[in-house]
Design a protein around this ligand. Structure first.
Ligand code: NAI
Length: 329
């Protein structure tokens, strides 16, 4: 029996969480879910969006599956996601992007892994209002964090038989901060037999939309990583199918790339695939590789049978899609 934290999130979070719980239960997995809530609703009752009990739960169980949580734009509380990554030192954001069967995209055979530094850069939230007409954000990059994420990318590449790592920066303009990230990648790469390639982020975006098949593992600082991983999600069929994981030395939180999709929340329209793919990755992580394979193949069979949610051009609701996967398990 595994103890795993489940953060149900808000918006479409509860719908896709329930879908995944049902599928995992049908696969016969003995998981004791420690269900936790976080976000705007929790502020009303507990005063903070990310209560200590959530952090304690992940610390105790070491592994969590998380649904999206809404973050107010411009004002209000700081992102629960950013806080969680910071508090648990989940320094690596891992986003494997590859085509799923029968999901129509502009490109075939995309197989890119985005490795994004998760703790610093403009995401550290070091901001100040100088006066009414001026605000600034600090882009802080450290050698320790940069070398740590570069090592993660290379270790991942070796373990997963990838061919090379491409470090993505804007080191021609941000000479010091991105320069340090690049220099750290170069230093770390010397310990591996795999080649390190280098590209500027603007060119990388252009190359990705022209010929994504030329890339293998991408290594990026936090902000570029955020943007480029959504771009890569677009290459494989959109946010509804893109999985993600936040991994640190001690804990791992698996979550879809997409947000809480308030525009379709509560309508049984959400695609649970990204959440399910994240859960499948989580099962591999805890050593349940056979179950992971079985669930993935049930998902792929469902898609091959042209059973899809609206975001993928289908007509199935989230619950119908879930039932179809369970039937194929
Ligand atoms: P979003 O990813 O929630 O939605 C963008 C578009 O994609 C919407 O049209 C939505 O309907 C669609 N979409 C997303 N996931 C889908 C799914 N599973 N099935 C079908 N359609 C799907 O991005 P948005 O609107 O920028 O953000 C909404 C909220 O989510 C914001 O408060 C944001 O801060 C938060 N967010 C949370 C994340 C997390 O908890 N890890 C990650 C990204 C955003």
């Amino acid at each position: 029996m595994y103890n795993i934290t489940l953060i149900k999130g808000d918006g479409i979070g509860p719908e896709i969480s329930d879908s995944v719980l049902e599928i995992l239960k049908s696969a016969g997995l003995g998981i004791n879910w420690d269900i936790q809530t976080a976000g705007a609703d929790v502020i009303e009752t507990e005063g903070v969006p990310l209560p200590q009990r959530v952090l304690d739960s992940v610390k105790k169980n070491k592994v969590a599956l998380k649904s999206p949580v809404t973050t107010p734009i411009g004002k209000g509380f700081r992102s629960v996601n950013v806080q969680l990554r910071k508090e648990l030192d989940l320094y690596a954001n891992l986003r494997p992007c590859y085509n799923l069967p029968n999901v129509k995209t502009r490109y075939e055979d995309v197989d890119i892994v985005v490795v994004r530094e998760n703790t610093e850069d403009l995401y550290a939230g070091i901001e100040r209002q100088i006066d009414d007409d001026m605000a600034e954000s600090i882009k802080r990059i450290t050698r320790t964090a940069s070398e740590r994420i570069a090592k993660f990318a290379f270790d991942y590449a070796v373990k997963n038989n990838r061919k090379f790592v491409t470090v993505v920066t804007k080191a021609n303009i941000c000479k010091l901060s991105d320069g340090l990230f690049l220099e750290s990648a170069r230093t770390v790469s010397k310990n591996y037999d795999l080649p390190l390639k280098e590209i500027l982020v603007d060119n990388c975006c252009m190359q990705l939309v022209q010929n994504p098949n030329q890339f293998d593992v991408l290594l990026l600082p936090n902000l570029y990583g955020d943007i480029v991983s959504d771009l890569c999600a677009g290459l494989i069929g959109g946010l509804g199918v893109a999985q993600g994981a936040n991994i640190g030395s001690d804990y791992a939180v698996f979550e879809p790339v997409h947000g809480s999709a308030p525009d379709i929340a509560g309508q049984d329209k959400a695609n649970p695939t990204a959440m399910l793919m994240s859960a499948i990755e989580m099962l591999s992580y805890i050593g349940e590789t056979e179950a992971a394979k079985r669930i993935k193949s049930a998902l792929f069979e469902t898609l091959k049978d042209d059973i899809k949610t609206a975001d993928l051009g289908g007509d199935k609701t989230c619950s119908e899609f879930t039932k179809a996967i369970i039937k194929r398990l």
